[in-house]
Structure formats: structure tokens, C-alpha cells
Design a protein around this ligand. Sequence first.
Ligand SMILES: [Zn+2]
Length: 361
Amino acid sequence: MSPKDLYAVLGVKKNASPQEIKKAYRKIARSTHPDVKPGDAEAEKRFKEATSAFEVLSDEKKRKMYDEFGEDALRMGFDPEQARAYKKWQTRPGGRAAGFEGFDPSGMGGFDFGGGQATGGFDLGDILGDLFGQRKKESGRASPFSGFRPKPARRRGGDTGASIRISLREAVLGASRQISIDKPRTCGSCKGTGGEGTAACESCGGSGLRTGQSRLKVKIPAGVLDGQRIRLAGQGLPGAGGGPPGDLLVKVQVQPHPLIRREGQDLFLELPVTVGEALYGATVEVPTFQGSVKVKVPPGSQSGRKLRLKGRGVPRGEGTGDLYLTLAVRLPAEAPDDELKEAIDTLESKYKASPRAGLDI
Ligand SMILES: [Zn+2]
């Protein structure tokens, strides 16, 4: 998933002023807010995207981090130390991001996974209050119509998204993660009604929503697939007019493993052996996600020989996959000295035919 350019989401230039950013967001929010377009999934998606982008770009610190680190900043919960370490780790040869949790800009608000610290996100209630401030003014006037606010229809709250990154080990064995999300919830002062009669609620400015941070536990089942979504029922946006809340869909991103490849339920690992182990046969210890096992390498094994460890793959549904080992004969790393040269010459003399005999294609 490649996160969207947050500036493009709001349709502003990279050097836009805070006022321009706020103006752009309010313009989008005014036409896409679920209160304005109830039941319009496209509008809701646009609203969430814009809100996520605004959450970052309206915060001076977060915006600076985003400008410097791009998507890494989002992933690292805007901790410059972590973002730098992460970037370094990522750009290392063979570096990988396993263990770091992710960020899904399609989600609602600012997310901070696993790190435990608050994002210090903006208060959606304030922004929405601002957004619907006009209503408040109108309600103060004497006109018998201007203060009229229709009672919201009963509807289910929208689903929100978040994502977490897990290692292949966690995907195979299952895991449990704490995530923190900024989540709009029903305003406690007005119970989501937005106010009494013609007066808009002071706390939420009449939107009926306030933002608060929630810590949630996500249980990741053993055998989870990359890209699979875990549904946390009732953890999405609050419903309107007494409707039920939506769900939070947590997208699981399984980080590629540097040594193990996964194909469905099966795992593939290269098993290095010495010349002697391949020729004489040997019992070698092999690490698996379910603990290490002793594996018999048959005598006379060639490089590339495949061995199957039954049931050491990925559990999913009915059964568990297998772990396939591919033998790789390793030569000594050092430069041959006289003694080794002698041994190699002896070894060379034992090839009865060219190893490439029969290589007709
Ligand atoms: Zn309220």
C-alpha cells in the first residue's frame, strides 16, 4: 500500500499556510461530512481521508515530521528518534521493518500503535464545532426557522480502518497487539444529539462528536494472511440517532522474512550444509517457528535437494502446512591453503564425469 500524498488529499501546495490548509479541509469536510451526506460511502471515504491528512498537516510538529520522513513519520507515531532509526534500519542492506507497526492513512484520525504514547492529535470536536459554527450563530437569531435542526435519522456509524505490521513469526504463531487510536465518539455532554432544542451543544459545537483516544487489543489469529482485515465490531464511528456504531477494520501487513518464503500454508527455507555433511550425511539442527528440530541430511545429498518437515508450516483452517528445506552446500570461506588445495585436488579427481554432462537444453 502506498500512502497518499497528504497535501494532494487536501488539494494544497507543499508550502501552504496553516490557514490555507484549514480552509481546504473545511471546504472538503463541509461537503462530505456524514451529517451532510448521510449514507454516502464515497463522501465518507473522502471525509476520512481529508480528516487524516488534516490531522497531520494542521499540527506543526507532525507536518514537519511528515515533510522530513514522509510515510515513515506516520508509521512511527511522529517520534523523530524512532523515525530516524526506522529509516536507517530500512535502508540497511537486508534491513526490514518487521516488528514496527503501521499506519493506514485511509483510516480515521491519527494512530499510534504499540508505542504507548499519545499522538497529541487534534480535537475533531473543535474542528467540527468550528465547521458547524454557523448553525450556532443562526440558532441565536430570533427567526422561527433559523434555529431548526432536524433530528438525525437512525443510522449505523461508518467503519474505520487502521493497520498493523507483524512479523512472519507472529503470522504463523498468532499474536496479540495493543493499539491506540484517536476515535470520534459520541459527545458526553449532549449524548450525541448535538444540543437541546435550538441551542447547539457547547462541548461539541453541535456535531455530537468528540475525539478521544482508545486503547484496543487486537487478537491476530495464527495463519493470518498478508492484507487480511480483522474486524473489531463496534469500534468504528458512532451511529446517529441511536444507531449502532460501525466497525474498526485492522489491516494486517505481514513483513517479508529475510530467510523464509511463504506460499499459502507452506514455508521454504534454504538449509546450508558443509561438503562433509552433504557427502557423509548428518543430523543437523534446524530452527522452525515451532522450535528447533533435528533433521537428517541423507548421505550423498546434492545442493538443491529438498527435504520436507511435515506440519512445520503455517496453520490455517483445517490443517498446518509444511516447511520445505532446500540444501545448499557451502564451501569453506577461507582462501585455499596448500592443505586444502590437496584435498580439493583429491575431491576433483573423484568426479567420474563432468557435472554438466547431460545438460542438454
Ligand atoms: Zn455535544
